[in-house]
Design a protein around this ligand. Sequence first.
Ligand code: NAP
Ligand code: ZN
Length: 347
Amino acid sequence: MSNTKAYAAFSAKEALKPYEFDRRDLHEDDVKIEIAYCGVCHSDIHFAHNDWGMTQYPVVPGHEIIGRVTEVGPGVTRFKEGDLVGVGCMVDSCGECSSCKEDEEQFCEKGMVMTYGSPDPVMGGVTHGGYSTQIVVKDPFVLKVSENLDTKAVAPLLCAGITTYSPLSQWKVGKGQKVGIIGLGGLGHMGVKFAAAMGADVVMITTSPEKGDDARRLGANDVLVSKDPEQMKAHEGTFDFLLNTVPVAHDINPYIPLLKNNKTMVLVGATPVDLHSMGLIFGRKHISGSLIGGIKETQEMLDFCAKHNIVSDVEMIPIQDINTAYDRVMKSDVKYRFVIDMSSLKS
Ligand code: NAP
Ligand code: ZN
């Protein structure tokens, strides 16, 4: 076993603090990774704060992991020491159910093993994530990462990237469609980049008018301030697709009239919402959800990013600033993803 330095949350109310634990010895198909960078997802904050009522403390968050392979198990052929790799939100699944066989491990019928906060099938206790110096992950859950992109800005692709790429791709967003991305944070800014790269006419739907210039720079053709009823009225019945990334409980009724008949709003924010069915009934409109993406689709997204030169807009922090970063994310004050330089954990 190898001693690993980390930062962990010890309760819903306390600030994250240094923590040490052991990573497992390498099994046949394991890959050991020295973590260089880890993105800070709003889900990390939900988890640290026990918003979903499922957190077991201490929890080491972090599922936007980039690093280099330091060692591989004897059965590993896809990776070797020195390779640049990524790990996202899952580290294992049953591999046998129909979801796993259809490359949708995130919907594994036995439950995927999340990178942090899941029962750890090997070590007991719960899994520990990327706010740490190293991680051991089964080969099939390790992603190949291009050396040609800015490595630190690739980290957020492992969650914010796939979570927005997947619904845009599943709903076949493309040329000739007007697409609204709701919430310009970590997920939202990737949604804008992907929808623009897929050829859609992108509208940023935001509560923060001051983010308008950034939204345009990221690829939006227009900015709609959702707090302004006149602006909302002007866009009624014009959208082919909406992607809602809002992370707090909110009323989704005002967004429904924006959709054309028969069109869909996908929710990825993991939070309660208010909805009156009337808005859907008139116009046969759809509400759906989407959870990250499978490993195959995540690799496809990373390859798409390498081809189109897409990365996140990041603000780098040392791990010692993680609590301030959490406070800022909660205030929607992030441009547009915090990424932890994990070398700070060694100092
Ligand atoms: P984030 O960086 O905090 O961004 C969220 C954005 O939502 C904010 O920047 C803000 O944008 C907007 N917003 C905040 N409060 C709002 C409010 N009261 N009303 C309307 N808009 C509001 O969060 P994130 O990391 O992108 O994560 C977003 C959500 O997705 C979280 O709940 C996270 O847990 C979830 N998530 C889900 C999956 C999945 O697989 N489904 C994966 C990852 C994350 P504006 O300032 O532009 O309004
Ligand atoms: Zn995430």
